[in-house]
Write a protein that binds this ligand. Structure first.
Ligand SMILES: [Cu+2]
Length: 122
């Protein structure tokens, strides 16, 4: 019984140490992660401008506050829809530079056409 516990503890310790090494390894080689929260409310995005560096992993938390909206960037072939009051998360690698317009492509409410923003990748 005592022996079994010792083996379990040693196994756990090996895992923990392994995880720490794996994490520090990732920190050196993995790309930077940029977390961005975007709210769509009353036919506008907030913020309407997102600045990132090239090759960053952009983690977007997108919330449609009042009615369904989408976060659409043609330049990155991204279109994510959120239902009213809901949040969707997604990520992509900003592997091309440029200003990329984003907008809401939902057609149910005509005023969604007013929704514009810009992603800047430098
Ligand atoms: Cu919309």
């Amino acid at each position: 019984m005592v022996h079994k516990h010792t083996v379990l503890a040693a196994g756990w310790l090996t895992c923990a140490v392994g995880a720490v090494f794996a994490m520090s390894g990732d920190a050196r080689s993995a790309p930077q992660v940029r977390e961005v929260s975007v709210r769509a409310d009353q036919y506008a995005f907030a913020p309407s401008r997102i600045d990132v560096q090239k090759d960053e992993i952009v983690k977007v938390t997108f919330t449609a506050v009042d009615i369904p909206h989408s976060f659409t960037i043609d330049g990155y072939r991204i279109s994510k829809r959120a239902a009213a009051g809901q949040t969707v998360t997604f990520e992509f690698r900003a592997d091309r530079t440029g200003p990329f317009p984003f907008y809401c492509n939902l057609t149910k409410d005509d005023r969604c056409k007013q929704m514009h923003g810009e992603l800047s990748v430098k």
